[in-house]
Design a protein around this ligand. Structure first.
Ligand SMILES: Cc1cc2nc3c(=O)[nH]c(=O)nc-3n(C[C@H](O)[C@H](O)[C@H](O)COP(=O)(O)OP(=O)(O)OC[C@H]3O[C@@H](n4cnc5c(N)ncnc54)[C@H](O)[C@@H]3O)c2cc1C
Length: 434
């Protein structure tokens, strides 16, 4: 889906309850009270839409890219948190108490009904905890799978608590039309979780794959190949990624995202280039041929398939080569006439993977810790190196695709913008959203 369309859909979804509440109206209250309700309403709808922005819905993440989806998810979660935190304080000065017979529209008083308030207070405490746990995930050092489970359950709990609070304590949420709107929106949010954790695994279960080879590429990188078992495989674009489960049930949540490094034109077999990092990746070398695997995908928009630029610049750092290798392989296999140049950075010479296949023509190998005998580029992939490799014409006309460590991506992106590369000609993907 086109980014502009997605932005419009987002704005409509988030503001719909606010617009409907304003439209349904009621006797006027003071501005600060309306502002308090407005912020609460906005915070709740933003939280519900966050469920759809989890990166697991192709209509979104394949349209604007995974990086943008996850960054947007993070920024909107923090914005919703600020709105939610401000919301109760703005009611200050408003008389409170039980429902008055002469104030059925809750124009003059705030409810003190314990049940309705307690769910709001519980959500008020849980929401910052959820956001802080997500921000500090890497520092807190607990397992990714544990965090993911906690994040999902926490978000579900907050949505249900807020639904109760909005309907029973809210001046607008208690109106029948709004109650139905909130129920429908919460239903969609909960449904999105069920889709990811129940429907998608069921589909995966019916389409198993088998590991056919595991090959060591470098001391810490492996190539894992999987083949479809009893079905025709998966349609994907070179450069996309999947969530991969190996040796576990698709319901186990033991899945990790990996880019596909093989070309779609190579047939149904799919290859991954995997670098040892944590629990799963450090055990890749022990996977036996024949082990069952499940793939959920393809995801991501790191693709040059329908691009019209005359040349493709691929800039990789370490295992970030994986999706770019898929693109390069596809271009070579299909006899793509566009020009291509690959910059491939590593720390040491033994970390370079696929050197024989990549060759030397139009490939610039860069080492930050080169051996004395090294003839190629040394140092980091930085602005000076980019200027040595690409001409002014290439900067302004080519499409630049990059994947690698955050530091490298920031430097390269900044330099491309500085050299006049249009933002829509820069495609990037990070392996880490922290
Ligand atoms: C879009 C994308 C494509 C990727 N492609 C490749 C690739 O081609 N080759 C490669 O070697 N690595 C790739 N990665 C990184 C890879 O997913 C992690 O290295 C791997 O998941 C680590 O798992 P682990 O159990 O070994 O380590 P853990 O110790 O469990 O995790 C280490 C870190 O990896 C990340 N991670 C772990 N599990 C997940 C998950 N389910 N979803 C998202 N992030 C997770 C988290 O940041 C976590 O802190 C990619 C990541 C993303 C987001």
């Amino acid at each position: 889906m086109k980014p502009l369309f997605l932005i419009v859909v987002y704005l409509v979804a988030v503001t719909l309850p606010l617009i409907l509440s304003t439209w349904l109206g009621g006797p006027p209250r003071q501005f600060h009270q309306e502002l308090a309700s407005g912020l609460g309403i906005l915070a709740f709808s933003m939280i519900l839409v966050e469920f759809i922005l989890s990166g697991r819905f192709k209509a979104i993440s394949n349209g604007v890219g995974m990086d943008v989806t996850m960054r947007f998810h993070q920024v909107m979660a923090r914005t919703a948190l600020i709105f939610a935190l401000l919301h109760p304080f703005l009611y200050q000065g408003t008389p409170s108490g039980g429902q008055r017979p002469w104030d059925l529209t809750r124009e003059l008083t705030l409810t003190t009904d314990f049940a309705a308030l307690s769910t709001g207070i519980a959500a008020y405490l849980l929401l910052p905890s959820l956001v802080l746990l997500a921000i500090g995930r890497a520092q807190l050092g607990y397992k990714y799978e544990t965090w993911r489970l906690l994040h999902g359950i926490g978000a579900l709990l907050i949505a249900v608590l807020l639904l109760h609070h909005t309907v029973y304590a809210g001046r607008y949420g208690s109106q029948p039309v709004m109650t139905w709107v909130w129920l429908a929106m919460t239903g969609v949010a909960v449904g999105s979780l069920l889709t990811v954790y129940l429907v998608v695994p069921l589909v995966q279960k019916a389409r198993p794959w088998r590991v056919t080879s595991v090959v060591r590429l470098t001391p810490q990188q492996w190539e894992v190949t999987v083949n479809p078992d009893g079905h025709r495989g998966m349609n994907f674009n070179a450069g996309q990624f999947v969530w991969l489960t190996v040796g576990h049930s698709p319901f186990s949540m033991k899945e990790n995202p990996f880019s596909i490094c093989s070309a779609p034109a190579a047939g149904p077999e799919i290859r991954f280039m995997i670098r040892e990092l944590g629990d799963f990746t450090r055990t890749v070398g022990q996977i036996d041929s024949g082990t069952v695997a499940y793939l959920d995908g393809p995801y991501g928009n790191l693709s040059v398939d329908h691009r019209t630029e005359p040349g493709v610049a691929l800039i990789a750092g370490g295992v970030g080569l994986s999706p770019l290798l898929g693109i390069l392989r596809q271009m070579r296999r299909t006899g793509d006439s566009r020009k291509v140049k690959l910059i491939y950075g590593n720390r040491t010479i033994d970390q370079i993977a696929y050197r024989d296949e990549l060759g030397e023509e139009d490939v610039v190998y860069v080492l930050s810790e080169p051996p004395e005998t090294w003839q190629g580029e040394s140092g980091l992939v930085d602005a000076a190196l980019m200027d040595r490799v690409f001409s002014a014409k290439e900067f302004s006309e080519w499409v630049f695709v990059m994947c690698g460590p955050g530091g490298m991506m920031d430097v390269v992106e900044d330099h491309l913008i500085q050299r006049g590369t249009a933002p829509h000609r820069i495609l990037s993907e990070r392996f880490n959203y922290d």
